[in-house]
Write a protein that binds this ligand. Structure first.
Ligand code: AMP
Length: 619
């Protein structure tokens, strides 16, 4: 059941189709496969290199280029050049608000918990669409280099990614025309690349230390019976090799008595400094001194100085490791293997410090830029059924989930998940005073539930009447070893509970599974697009509703013109909700948001100052 693959040309199932492994990174991405010698290998599309910078540039017509070509626009057209999109995947504006100033492109600030959007070349892009551009480029390079269609992939994500970030990664894959067989944790992939965890008899606890260009994380994993369990993760999503470069730049500015304010204006000079700093840092990984002249300036630094410049940042990463150990209830002595991932672990000082902390030499012989993609390729090979040495656990052939807003499928247990398994998610109500909630359980890979198989439906009754968004409803899916699914719904404040049991495999033949999988691949792109329209519409509807209620309650704080204009914007938004064009809906949502945000602040200020006035001061 688990090893179904589809030939898109013939629409039939076939046994041996290539599945690639993809490391979709913050700074660089790459794709790997298992070569005919049965070895994992990163794909180098003739002359283009292994690493594809995760950068997308749009020209004025909205045409995208990806990789080095896009990177060249970072200085010349920063507003339309998107980098670090992985930081935004599955995140809301509130999640990323603090970091907007680090990005040169525009994130739409709707100040809500809705997912972020990015404006470039006068269009709205979701991080899913942008990541899909990167994945399309990787797919294209793999197809070009291997001269075969590539339709299936395993994609890696950081161990700390939550459900919504994982779902966004899956969606990006779908949009790029890839059937994403599994989302794998990056540390798990790195461990597989080192051959750790491939033997089902093996029992180990490992630490994966991943220091890239802009992010750091450490994960502790326990491996037992071929199952990887994340015991703890820690890290800093704004710490990496770029900080080392900056430290060298600052050192040179001091040493050469350069004028900081002049440099701030002189992008070219600043860029030269940054590039020289990165060259120096890399050189110091193999030599003791860097001493080069560019223009009239000598760029010089020795290893010892470099180490003292980065020691504070390095100490922060070590502290993260200590915290992870204590969260997992472990000490360094409990760790059987330490694995290094990410380009910055090439710095000898990093290796030394990590070795000191864990008291053992870390594994570093695989290229730290490639190790995650190579491991993903091994996982892909396992899923393809090409490795008889590895135990393939029983898996569920189709995803299981529930219907959410606008008839969308919200997957709770993903296709190919090992069983037995348990997963859950929290929901809330969308209307004030809602006391019942319908829970409809579906099976399948399509984004709209109407295209999937309905397994059951029940109602959670007796939710205490509260404003929309306040009740907390946990929905848990428990799939036991016999394939019986129990769906539980619990309202946490009141404890009201309801549960049903179904057998998802009932009436499910191989033919049905095959048809459902083929349909999901052939309709992937339109499905994701439809999902985006539905999400944009849901968000627009919510805002129009909130704005109307705001007007009802607070019109005394607004003047005639403001009320009129708000009404007009609401009407335009409601009108746009009738269309199927995501960009139009987002444009009107954005306009209403921008216009009304100051009013909300005004009302808040008035409320605060009247509360202050009402306060007794004679105590
Ligand atoms: P990644 O995000 O894993 O691709 O890591 C990229 C980071 O690794 C960048 O900050 C690079 O400057 C850094 N890096 C690449 N090669 C080396 C090297 N030989 N020594 C030290 N840092 C390196």
């Amino acid at each position: 059941m688990a090893k179904i693959s589809i030939n898109l040309a013939t629409g039939s199932l076939q046994q041996e189709e290539l599945i690639v492994g993809i490391d979709l990174g913050t700074t660089n991405s790459l794709v790997a496969f298992i070569n005919p010698e049965k070895q994992p290998q990163a794909i180098n599309d003739t002359g283009k290199g292994l690493l594809v910078p995760s950068v997308v540039h749009f020209n004025e017509h909205g045409d995208a280029v990806v990789g080095n070509e896009a990177k060249a626009f970072l200085t010349t057209d920063p507003a339309n050049t998107i980098f670090s999109v992985k930081r935004l995947l599955g995140r809301s504006y509130q999640d990323v608000a603090d970091h907007q100033d680090l990005l040169s492109y525009k994130i739409i600030d709707d100040n809500t918990d809705a997912l972020v959007k990015i404006r470039a070349a006068n269009r709205f892009y979701t991080p899913v669409e942008l990541s899909a551009e990167i994945l399309k480029e990787l797919k294209h390079r793999a197809e070009h280099a291997l001269k075969t269609p590539v339709n299936r992939a395993v994609i890696t994500v950081p161990a700390y990614f939550n459900d919504s970030q994982r779902q966004a990664t899956r969606d990006a894959g779908k949009l790029a025309g890839l059937d994403v067989l599994r989302i794998v944790n990056e540390p798990t992939a790195a461990s597989l690349a080192y051959g750790i965890g491939l033997n089902p008899q093996e029992q180990k606890t490992i630490a994966v230390y991943d220091l890239g260009g802009g992010t750091f994380d450490v994960s502790l994993l326990s491996i037992q019976n071929g199952i990887f369990e994340v015991l703890a993760t820690n890290g800093d999503t704004f710490l990496g090799g770029d900080d080392f470069d900056r430290a060298i730049v600052d050192y040179w500015i001091e040493k050469n008595d350069l004028d900081r304010s002049v440099l701030q204006e002189d992008q070219v000079q600043m860029q030269t400094l940054r590039l020289q700093a990165e060259l120096a840092k890399k050189a110091l990984s193999t030599q003791n001194l860097y001493n080069e002249k560019a223009g009239d300036i000598w760029y010089s630094i020795d290893r010892q100085t470099f180490e003292s410049l980065i020691s504070e940042n390095l100490e922060r990463t070590l502290n993260s490791c200590r915290l992870a150990l204590s969260d997992a209830g472990l000490t360094a002595a409990d760790i059987d293997e330490v694995i290094l991932v990410g380009g910055s672990t090439r710095t000898p000082y990093v290796k030394r410090k990590v070795e000191e902390l864990f008291g053992r030499k870390p594994q570093d012989h695989i290229n730290p830029d490639e190790v995650v993609a190579l491991g993903a390729a091994i996982q892909a090979d396992v899923l393809a059924g090409n490795r008889s040495d590895i135990l393939l656990l029983d898996v569920t052939p189709l995803s299981l989930g529930i219907e959410t807003m606008g008839g969308l499928m919200d997957v709770i247990i993903s296709r190919n998940a090992k069983i037995p398994t348990k997963a859950g998610r929290q929901y809330t109500t969308s209307v004030d005073g809602q006391v019942n909630m319908k829970i409809a359980v579906f099976q399948g890979e399509r984004d709209l539930v109407q295209e999937n198989r309905k397994l059951a439906e029940f109602e959670l009754k007796g939710i205490p009447a509260m404003p929309a968004g306040l009740p907390k409803i946990d929905i848990n899916f428990i799939l036991n070893a016999d394939g019986i699914l129990t769906v539980q719904a619990i309202e946490l404040r009141s404890g009201v509970k309801q549960e049903i049991e179904v057998k998802p495999s009932y009436g499910l033949t191989d033919d049905v599974v095959e048809k459902m999988l083929i349909d999901s691949v052939t309709h992937a792109k339109e499905d994701v697009q439809q999902r985006m329209v539905i999400e944009a519409r849901g968000e627009g509807e919510q805002l129009a509703y909130t704005a109307e209620r705001f007007l009802e309650k607070n019109s005394q704080f607004l003047n005639e013109e403001e009320i009129e204009h708000t009404r007009l914007l609401i009407a335009q938004l409601r009108q746009s909700l009738q269309t199927a064009d995501k960009d139009t809906i987002l444009k009107h949502t954005d306009a209403l948001n921008e216009y009304t945000r100051p009013f909300a602040e005004r009302v808040m200020d008035i409320a605060i100052s009247s509360a202050m006035k009402g306060k007794k001061i004679d105590e």
